[in-house]
Design a protein around this ligand. Structure first.
Ligand code: DI6
Ligand code: FE
Length: 403
């Protein structure tokens, strides 16, 4: 790929330090080999950089960084439309899970699926995210629950993301649910031991694990169990994430902070202590309004406290077959604003610079020199329109497609 200069653009500049955004008018972008070499006001563009370069007139269109969906379970087989009907008839997520549905239902359809089937099923979801502006995605395993099936999920995550032309972080969600056959305390212990002592080191050695995650919850795993996973991850230097405080407060965010985790995610029941611990550990709070909405949750994540303590807030779809069958990052942003009270600027930072931080990616999510060049072009006037329109109207196009 050779260098191209894009002229007469309006650049969306996001500021991770204070979650603000601004627009640089009459700006230029110089891209070379997938990397931004210059982004800023045309007046500041060094002449020596642009000599003899092909250039494209963007006619003052708005350019933003490619979005990052930093929490998804996009690889799975089957769906849970029948549970949606049950929930409409009054059953709760926890009732359904206790009756063997929920995550177990997706495990039954996913665990026996081949990599090819998992890729085929995941691809349309990833392409839907891409059409909405996503250029980087995190994908979790967690519906396999055996070494072989989790391995297939992680392989499918790599392959599907590649086919959808998305950068990917593959997260081994080792402690998501207990296999149905583990009925005794002893079997439970053996499962946790296998995940932490055997499978994680083996999957890591195969180069399939970019991060790990667990579901710390009454209906999930205890802090003692989650600690075992975190201890192995720390020993292997694998970045840590946690589903924390989604349905109740277990002080999971504070536990994750002890391990300097990248993020704690969901957080509706996050305590003041959890907020302070996240700040002290420089963690990102990942907000998942799609799950909040589908579960008809009433408790809001403590946005004001997160803001006050300057904990960066990322926004993501949580794309999964149970609690958030949502494949639009823009709808997730809209919900984060309407339900959680985020500002437009916070929502835009939430899918760019803060989402990058939630994944430990230091070269994506901003239009800056040295950063990933996967930028988006929007046929809109006001950046607020990115969040405001509902549905597929005004979808962005890739900057690299503008010739
Ligand atoms: N929390 C969630 O929202 C997803 N996993 C989790 O730990 C839901 C997964 C599912 O219901 O299939
Ligand atoms: Fe999740």
């Amino acid at each position: 790929m050779s260098a191209v200069l894009y002229r007469r653009a309006r650049l969306l500049s996001v500021s991770p330090a204070d979650s603000s955004v601004s627009v640089i008018n009459n700006a230029a972008l110089l891209l070379d080999d997938g990397v931004i070499r210059f982004a800023g006001s045309s007046a500041d563009l060094p002449r020596r950089l642009t000599r003899k370069l092909p250039s494209v007139d963007l006619k003052q269109q708005l350019i933003t960084p490619g979005f990052i969906d930093c929490h998804t379970h996009a690889v799975f087989a089957g769906n849970r439309a029948h549970e949606f009907a049950q929930r409409l008839a009054g059953a709760s997520y926890v009732d359904i899970a206790k009756a063997g549905g929920g995550i177990q239902s997706t495990v039954r359809s996913t665990a026996g699926s081949s990599v090819a089937t998992l890729v085929r099923d995941a691809l349309p979801r990833l392409l839907a995210l891409r059409a909405d502006g996503v250029r980087g995605v995190e994908i979790k395993s967690g519906y396999g629950l055996s070494f072989a099936a989790e391995k297939r999920m992680l392989l499918a995550a790599s392959a599907a993301a590649k086919q959808a032309n998305l950068r990917v972080q593959r997260t081994y969600l080792g402690l998501h649910a207990l296999p149905a056959e583990c009925k005794t305390p002893r079997a439970r212990k053996a499962f946790v031991h296998a995940v932490c002592g055997e499978w994680l080191p083996k999957l890591h050695a195969l180069g399939l694990v970019d991060a790990i995650d667990a579901f710390l919850e009454n209906i999930g795993f205890s802090s003692i169990e989650v600690r075992q996973l975190f201890d192995t991850a720390r020993r292997l230097r694998i970045p840590i994430k946690l589903h924390a405080e989604q349905l109740s407060n277990s002080e999971g965010a504070a536990l994750a902070a002890q391990y300097c985790a990248l993020s704690a995610d969901h957080l509706e029941y996050l305590s003041p202590r959890g907020v302070r611990a996240m700040r002290a550990a420089n963690m990102t709070a990942v907000l998942l309004p799609g799950a909040f909405y589908c579960l008809k949750e009433k408790k809001l994540p403590p946005i004001k406290a997160l803001r006050k303590h300057r904990v960066p807030m990322a926004v993501s779809t949580d794309l999964n077959p149970g609690t958030s069958p949502l494949s639009s990052i823009r709808l997730a942003m809209h919900m984060a604003c309407t339900f959680f009270g985020l500002s437009v600027a916070e929502a835009l930072c939430g899918v760019t610079c803060h989402a990058a931080k939630a994944l430990g990616w230091s070269d994506m999510g901003q239009l800056r020199e040295g950063f990933d060049a996967n930028a988006l072009v929007w046929a809109i006037d006001d950046p607020a329109e990115i969040v405001y329109w509902l549905g597929s109207l005004h979808a962005p196009v890739s900057l690299s497609d503008c010739a």
